[in-house]
Design a protein around this ligand. Structure first.
Ligand code: TH1
Length: 841
């Protein structure tokens, strides 16, 4: 408030208030100004990269003005906000998205053309913001888009990693990791050097009594690190709302290195404190669905959670409301268990620093938090050794013990006879060493817990969190099926399909209400429409074929069936099943006469995805795919009938090229292992069909689009346990066709068999945990059905059109509205008056 300009001087401000460009001329003027002043270059020294920089700066200026207005409006309205805490935000590129959401892409296109550039080339210059591993991080990014597009007052909080997810290179068929330094030039962030929070670690706790005789705990500091805020504006599509993503960066608390040491020649230790502090936000952990329990990761979690809560509490305290109103003003959503310490930190702030009674504080905490679970895989469930928490956060460990004590007391009162229940649900696992179970802490400290697809939400209630359903009752547990933003995944990635749909549904309204897609079904028999539909898919395939040619040197026929599996490489996602299937297809073709082969349907098998650097089996899978490609792609008997391509460095911007070009995509996890999956939704929305197991959101996709429009196969989740048991305790015979595939591998058809031995033995000799052999036969048979269906192009196109028409449910807008109503209890805040933007293009 002290920094506010006094009333009499405000007139001068209002007179000169920046407006940002409004038309093509204004846009060009801004670009030229940024090239000549901000970038200190000229028309004699302006390449595509400079054009990208200047264009982005012109758009950033507009975004920040909208951002300011939105924040003022939200502060003035003083209504409830939601804070989405996520360790990952997989944003991808921002420029194209900003142009489309603001509604000025046409202006930019025309302006750039006049200035001598093609807008597509300019957009391509941008480095992806890759602060995430896969689905969980991309979901957070889609949620931010929906929150802004629906005018919810919402902030994201995350970490500003200096290195995002590594870049993948394939060398001699093996994955190599290269650091992703992405901050060289990032016009999309605003450093707020004035918004900092001191975060403490280590130290010890001492107790005293205050004047009223109440026991008070003081956490005395061991080490302090400074958190600095960086703000990323998040524009809504065709709305007046531009929300904020606040990312924290770590710095040494002193801000300087130690000059005394420097002067006495101890250069290294002089900068050591600085480096130690900066290490906290240096790098994203590259594991998807895996918890490795590293101390630095716990430091990252607390650093980010403490800075975010300090910020949230500071904002709440400005209005001087009583503490009990905190949950009326603040909802905090925990994206998986990574931010669970926020529960403990808020309790600490309320009890230790603000002097509330334990119970009053705890009621506020529980009403404030919601927890989303994203996985049931045991290796992904976070647990921290008690000793590590004690060392790093001594006061927090005491609070965790107290939370647990009060929780177990209520459980004991409610279930006095059940002796085994207490150790089963205890937040502290009585193992060697003792562990803090973060998911249990998140459940106890939240008022709602949700899974991310119906099957998954049912599974958590009947398996890993079963006891908690008995304790808290079923209403605490709910489902919110994931969604994706149609702005990026339809309008931006597949502009021609979006335009065709717009032409038939009366404009771009479907981008704000995706259920309007259902109007498309009226045209399923319209000849001209069908032709245009098929042409668009073909053009998207040509674009991908060109990309494959230019990056891999492999020529693929765009008329072939494009079969795509792009996602993190993981045994549970079963890329090994896919590549074994490809080998089976290859062996079958090889065994045929040239005459027989003429009847085969040409296929291109396209893979992409990163393996966690320490995940040996996943790296073997990548190697096998590449080796199979080497052999198959050069086999003259095979020619165009089968090509195998591994696309390097799969990321968001590559997904925008790959997804719209798919005919069939693979979502083939062992039933019960993929909580939801979200690329399944992206592929169908872009006019591709899918082959999949009865897992995650595949089940709901089937319900929406109809079982004739999807290729389902394999074991059901309810049968998985028994099969695994049978593998271990019965005799395990493997599928005969799969045995032939193994034979070929072991004969050296794809290079040194030792290289792939563990992939074979995992299935044949080590219990086949992921049921690859059990599902192999139905997988191969179902692919034969895919071939057959694809031959009937008329029928195939009908299936695609019908599917797209019925995908309305999977918008992240629907998903965010469900969270807002069922978990956060927040309302949208629309801008009044002329601040609002016109509808986007
Ligand atoms: C993914 C799930 O595997 C996927 O099924 C789901 O669609 C997606 O989240 C969004 O809900 C997960 N990613 C991670 C990453 C980490 C830990 C757990 C999960 S679950 C690091």
């Amino acid at each position: 408030v002290e920094a506010s300009i006094p009333e009499p001087q405000r007139e001068a401000w209002l007179k000169h208030q920046a407006g940002g460009f409004k038309d093509k001329d204004g846009f060009e003027k801004e670009v030229v100004r940024h090239v000549e002043t901000t970038l200190a270059r000229s028309m004699f020294n302006c390449d595509e990269s400079a054009a990208y920089s200047a264009t982005s700066l012109a758009f950033r200026d507009r975004l920040i003005l909208e951002w300011n207005r939105t924040q003022q409006r939200q502060t003035y309205a003083d209504s409830k906000r939601v804070y989405y805490l996520s360790l990952e935000f997989l944003m991808g590129r921002a420029l194209d998205n900003a142009m489309l959401n603001i509604g000025s892409k046409d202006i930019a296109k025309a302006g750039l053309t006049e200035l001598g550039f093609r807008i597509e080339d300019v957009i391509q210059q941008e480095h992806d913001a890759a602060l995430g591993n896969g689905g969980l991080g991309r979901l957070a990014a889609c949620f931010l888009d929906s929150l802004a597009s629906l005018n919810y007052p919402a902030w994201g909080y995350g970490l500003r990693y200096r290195y995002g997810i590594f870049k993948q290179e394939i060398i001699d068929g093996y994955q190599m990791e290269v650091p992703d330094y992405w901050l060289d030039f990032n016009p999309w962030e605003f450093p707020r050097h004035d918004v900092t929070v001191d975060i403490q670690f280590y130290g010890h706790v001492h107790k005293s009594t205050d004047a009223s005789g109440r026991a008070v705990s003081h956490w005395e500091c061991g080490e302090t690190v400074k958190a600095v805020a960086y703000d990323v504006p998040i524009p809504g599509y065709a709305t007046p709302t531009t929300n904020n993503l606040r990312l924290w960066s770590s710095k040494a608390a002193s801000g300087e290195f130690d000059f005394q040491k420097f002067n006495s020649g101890e250069y290294e230790s002089a900068v050591a404190e600085q480096q130690r502090a900066e290490t906290i936000s240096a790098v994203l952990y590259p594991n998807d669905n895996l918890d490795r329990g590293k101390e630095l990761r716990l430091k990252q979690q607390y650093f980010w959670v403490a800075a975010s809560l300090y910020d949230i509490v500071r904002r709440f305290k400005k209005a001087k409301r009583p503490w009990r109103e905190f949950p009326d003003q603040v909802a905090i959503q925990l994206n998986d268990t990574h931010p669970t310490l926020a529960i403990v930190e808020l309790q600490r702030i309320l009890v230790d620093l603000e002097g509330l009674d334990w119970d009053d504080a705890w009621n506020i905490v529980v009403q404030t938090f919601g927890y989303t679970n994203h996985t049931v895989l045991p290796e992904a469930l976070e647990k921290w050794p008690v000793g590590l928490v004690q060392h790093l956060l001594p006061r927090h460990l005491q609070i965790i013990y107290d939370i647990n004590l009060f929780f177990l007391q209520t459980v004991e009162r409610a279930f006095p006879k059940d002796r085994d229940l207490l150790p089963r649900v205890s937040i502290i696992e009585e193992s060697q060493p003792k562990m803090v179970r973060m998911a249990f802490l998140a459940i106890v400290g939240s008022h709602k817990v949700n899974g991310v697809a119906e099957l998954h939400s049912d599974l958590i209630k009947t398996t890993i969190f079963k006891d908690f359903v008995s304790i808290f009752g079923p209403d605490k547990f709910t489902n919110v099926t994931n969604g994706i933003t149609p702005r990026r995944w339809l309008h931006q990635a597949n502009p021609r399909l979006s335009a065709l749909i717009a032409a038939k549904t009366g404009g771009l309204g479907f981008l704000k209400d995706l259920t309007l897609l259902n109007k498309v079904e009226l045209y399923v028999n319209d000849k001209a429409f069908r032709k245009e539909w098929a042409d668009i898919k073909y053009a998207n395939k040509v674009r991908l074929a060109d990309y494959i040619k230019s990056t891999k040197g492999i020529t693929v026929n765009p008329a072939a069936l494009f079969d795509v599996q792009v996602k993190r490489i993981h045994e549970y996602k079963r890329q090994q099943l896919n590549i074994f299937g490809v080998i089976h297809r290859y062996l079958t073709l090889k065994a045929q006469t040239p005459e027989e082969r003429k009847k085969a349907l040409p296929r291109v098998s396209i893979f992409g995805g990163k393996a966690a650097p320490g995940y040996w089996m996943a790296k073997q899978i990548i190697h096998l795919i590449n080796q199979v490609g080497n052999v198959v792609n050069q086999d003259e008997d095979i020619g165009d009938l089968l090509k195998v391509v591994f696309l390097e460095d799969y990321n968001v911007s590559k997904a925008e090229i790959i997804v719209p070009a798919s005919d069939i995509s693979e979502h083939i996890s062992t039933a019960g292992t993929e909580a939801s999956g979200t690329s399944n939704m992206k592929f169908v929305l872009s006019g591709g069909l899918i082959i999949g197991t009865c897992d995650g959101a595949n089940i709901e996709i089937t319900r929406e689009i109809g079982e004739h429009n999807i290729f389902l196969f394999g074991t059901l989740a309810e049968d998985v346990e028994d099969l695994r048991h049978a593998h271990t305790y019965g005799t395990h015979t493997i599928d005969p066709d799969l045995a032939k595939v193994f034979e070929a591998i072991e004969q050296g058809t794809f290079g040194e068999p030792e290289n792939f031995a563990s992939l074979v033995t995992a299935v044949r000799d080590h219990g086949d945990y992921y049921l690859v052999s059990d599902d192999f036969h139905s997988y191969v048979e179902t692919h034969a059905l895919v071939d057959e269906a694809y031959r009937d192009q008329e029928e195939w196109v009908s299936k695609c059109i019908t599917s797209v028409a019925r995908m309305g449910f999977f918008s992240s807008d629907r998903c965010i509205n469900e969270y807002a109503e069922g978990i956060w209890n927040i309302e949208p805040l629309r801008g009044e008056g002329p601040g609002g933007l016109e509808a986007g293009e």
